[in-house]
Structure formats: C-alpha cells, structure tokens
Write a protein that binds this ligand. Structure first.
Ligand SMILES: [Zn+2]
Length: 170
C-alpha cells in the first residue's frame, strides 16, 4: 500500500503531451529548441528549476517517471558524459548528492534510480544535451500510477513540488 507523501499526485497531462511529441527539439543543436538550453533563461518558477550551480542546475522533469523526478543538467549543450570537464563532473556529482538529500528530506523517498541515458539508441529523450535522472522511489510506488491516474490533476502541483524541493535543497 502506498504511503501518502508530499508528492501524492502525478502529472498525467504532461506525460500525455510528451507521448504526443510536443516540446521536442527539432534537431541536435543548441538552437534547435533544446529545452535544457532554454530552461535556465526562465525564472525558477517558470522553468521548474530547483537549484542553480556554477556549471550545472537541477530541474523537475515535466514528464516524470515518478513524482519528484529531478534532473541534474550542465548548462553547456553537450551530449557525452566523456565530454564534460572536471568542474562539470564534480558539480554534477555534488548536485546529484544534494538532490538525493532534498528528496529524502522533502518526500521521504526510500530509494532512488539514478543515471543517464546517452544517445537515442540508449533511450535518451533529448540525446543532444545530457542529463542525469534522479528518480525517487517508495515501497508501494509500483502500484502508485493506477491509483493516481484516477485523481484530479492540478498543474499547480508541479510548482508546489518545485517550491518544496527548493526549500529542502541544501
Ligand atoms: Zn542544450
């Protein structure tokens, strides 16, 4: 049985938009509508940015695998993990640790899936700009989706989640 927590809804409309292919880049360049290049230009609220570092930032995923799904992303438009410089690798690791702590503190997450898909063939939705996924997990979350899909979805919830995680971020 799923334990209620601060994220107790999912965002089905956004997932539907993703399935329909909206908001996808038109090419592999930074100027081809890359969302990870555009997000940092927005306010934290509009971009769903949780925290900004020197060379990476943390942002909520509009198309979450699970509620509270974060991504840690370098500002630089780069596709390969082996193309990151030392400062980017270091802060990406640091922000991943901070994301785990914020999710544990803010949501009571009991476990995590952490990692990145590099290249379209590996399942990357936006392969041109690498991003580290941090997906919180709870003991009952395999049964979470069918329950939540029946609840009323409010766009405001993404903004509430961002605000809560930004406050939990240390
Ligand atoms: Zn980009």
């Amino acid at each position: 049985m799923h334990e209620p927590d601060n994220f107790d809804r999912l965002w089905t409309p956004h997932r539907m938009a993703y399935i329909k292919g909206e908001n996808k880049p038109t090419g592999s360049g930074a100027e081809d509508g890359c969302p990870f290049c555009e997000i940092p230009k927005l306010s934290d609220e509009d971009g769903l940015v949780v925290a900004r570092g020197e060379v990476v930032f943390a942002v909520l995923n509009l198309y979450p695998y699970n509620s509270g799904h974060l991504m840690v992303v370098p500002y630089r438009h780069v596709s390969g993990y082996d193309e990151l410089d030392v400062a980017e690798m270091t802060e990406l690791g640091d922000f991943t640790q901070r994301a785990l702590r914020a999710l544990r503190k803010g949501s009571g997450a009991q476990g995590f899936n952490v990692g990145m898909n590099l290249g379209h063939v590996a399942g990357a939705g936006i392969a041109a700009h690498l991003h580290q996924h941090v997906v919180p997990r709870w003991g009952g979350d395999t049964n979470f989706m069918p329950v939540v899909a029946q609840t009323k979805v409010l766009p405001q919830l993404l903004h509430d989640t961002r605000e809560m995680l930004a406050q939990a971020w240390e």
